[in-house]
Design a protein around this ligand. Structure first.
Ligand SMILES: Cc1cc2nc3c(=O)[nH]c(=O)nc-3n(C[C@H](O)[C@H](O)[C@H](O)COP(=O)(O)O)c2cc1C
Length: 152
């Protein structure tokens, strides 16, 4: 297999741009920038998110069995870099009724409750039911518009 072609083809898969909100063991908010999300069922409403094996977020998700996904909206791209830099205090968040951190200024959010996990690979898949949603404003942005790739 041609590695360059493989990378090019796989990077054609379209992705969104999300902030995943969880809580640490001692109850602190934890934010992660991520892209590997898709819906997998209408009834029940299920989504799958692939989390890096060694990420704090995956550890939080496995412990609490829940996570929230906020959709970054146009004009607020800075949030992605702030979260990647770990500058959580500069990101305006609010809480879902169950206490998970979501973007105050995003294009909406979903709260997800874990129903299953697929451990293979360096990004284990977490299958989760959408348990709550919050409206947002504006339009969501996509990974390509940030000029970034995650795939290949
Ligand atoms: C463009 C881009 C996309 C990313 N997408 C994901 C993703 O879908 N899943 C994931 O676990 N990490 C993703 N990451 C890495 C996370 O942002 C994060 O740095 C890493 O997983 C560590 O997470 P932690 O802070 O929870 O330990 C992505 C990073 C970049 C730069």
């Amino acid at each position: 297999m041609d590695k360059k072609v493989k990378k090019k083809i796989l990077q054609q898969i379209p992705y969104g741009a999300y902030i995943v909100g969880t809580q640490t063991e001692d109850g602190k908010d934890w934010l992660m920038f991520g892209t590997w999300l898709m819906q997998t069922s209408f009834k029940p409403t299920l989504v799958a998110f692939a989390f890096r094996k060694d990420s704090r977020t995956l550890a939080n998700v496995r412990r609490s069995k829940s996570f929230a996904v906020s959709f970054i909206r146009e004009g607020t791209q800075d949030v992605a870099e702030l979260v990647l830099d770990g500058a959580f205090e500069k990101v305006k968040t609010e809480r879902t009724t169950s206490g998970l951190p979501v973007l105050s200024d995003g294009a909406g959010w979903i709260e997800c409750h874990v129903v299953n996990q697929i451990p293979e690979g360096d990004h284990p898949i977490v299958l989760a039911e959408v348990a709550d949603v919050g409206p947002g404003k504006g339009k969501p942005i996509f990974l390509e518009s940030l000029g970034w790739h995650y795939g290949g």
